[in-house]
Design a protein around this ligand. Structure first.
Ligand code: SF4
Length: 292
């Protein structure tokens, strides 16, 4: 049985930079380093960094800290976080992804423009997601967050409307939503403008993953269950290869399926939050099975 790891699976460059920033700091911080929220949606990677001294805190704990260093992860933060840091003399290690930072700036500027015309800003993204909170924070939380297509239906479109998206949403769904809102604006007398803010490394990944799924007899998809990107990419794999197995770590591998299954080639892949070391460990476990 040949086992191949999908080279383009694993962390996006924004997450890689944030983890490198954390590791660089941890090398010089005997007391550890605080991180506002989980640096990545993968508990194995969070555990690895915790062992090095990275301490995850929530918003409430952050508000009560003074005179310490805190890492901001790739998702970014709303302006309120920077205000609290300044007031509490917290030094921020800002690992916000440059693309998220640029999007925050565009939304801030876009909001100022449409607000002057009594218009509205819409953000397509998961309500409550850290990146969305950072984006909406640029509007003083006055943008409307659309998590599902249905959320857009009851809105009024008789005013200037500007649409943005969280960077990790499905591009096809976003463009469908944009078409719908464009049509509603035309019908109701509003103007429409949109920014395609989906991260290109994400949209390209979904397309390449389809080919990877079809090129193997079976797939092992490695991801944390709470990763929404993981659920999305897993569905793509499952659609293009019915022999796709979802696992979070090597010991969840369905050994019998591989020992008794007639799989000549197995692909190992994962979400943007799956560390490469975890996929390598899964690949090694498969190679050790008696059938190989
Ligand atoms: S914008 Fe792209 S590279 Fe940056 S954090 Fe989001 S998914 Fe990763």
């Amino acid at each position: 049985m040949q086992v191949t790891i999908d080279e383009q699976s694993g962390f996006c460059f924004g997450v890689v930079s944030a983890i490198k920033a954390a590791e660089a700091q941890l090398g010089h911080q005997p007391d550890g380093l605080y991180c506002l929220g989980h640096i990545v949606h993968n508990s194995r990677e969070v555990e690895r960094l915790a062992a090095l001294g990275l301490k995850v805190i929530d918003d409430e704990a952050f508000r009560n800290l003074h005179d310490v260093k805190v890492l901001i992860r790739a998702h970014g933060e709303p302006p309120e976080t920077y205000r609290i840091a300044e007031a509490n003399r917290i030094e921020l290690i800002d690992a916000t992804c440059p693309m998220v930072l640029k999007l925050q700036e565009r939304i801030k500027k876009g909001y100022a423009e449409v607000a002057a015309q009594n218009g509205q800003v819409l953000i397509y993204g998961k309500a409550g997601h850290a990146e969305v909170r950072g984006l909406n924070g640029q509007t003083g939380n006055r943008a409307t967050v659309i998590s599902r297509f249905e959320d857009a239906v009851p809105l009024r479109y008789d005013k200037p409307t500007r649409l943005y998206s969280q960077t990790t949403m499905n591009e096809g769904d976003y463009l469908k939503l944009a078409d719908y809102i464009r049509r509603r604006c035309a019908e109701e007398g509003g103007t429409f403008d949109m920014v395609n803010s989906i991260c290109k490394s994400m949209s390209a990944r979904a397309e390449k993953l389809k080919q990877f799924a079809q090129a193997h007899d079976a797939l092992v998809f490695v991801s944390d269950k709470k990763s929404s990107n993981g659920q999305y990419l897993y569905e793509i794999c499952k659609t293009h290869n019915p022999h796709t197995f979802f696992i979070t770590e090597p010991n969840e591998l369905d050994r019998d399926a591989f020992i008794s299954g007639d799989f000549r080639s197995v692909g190992v892949c994962g979400a943007t939050s799956t560390p490469m070391w975890l996929m390598e460990s899964v690949a090694e476990t498969i190679k050790q099975l008696p059938c190989t």
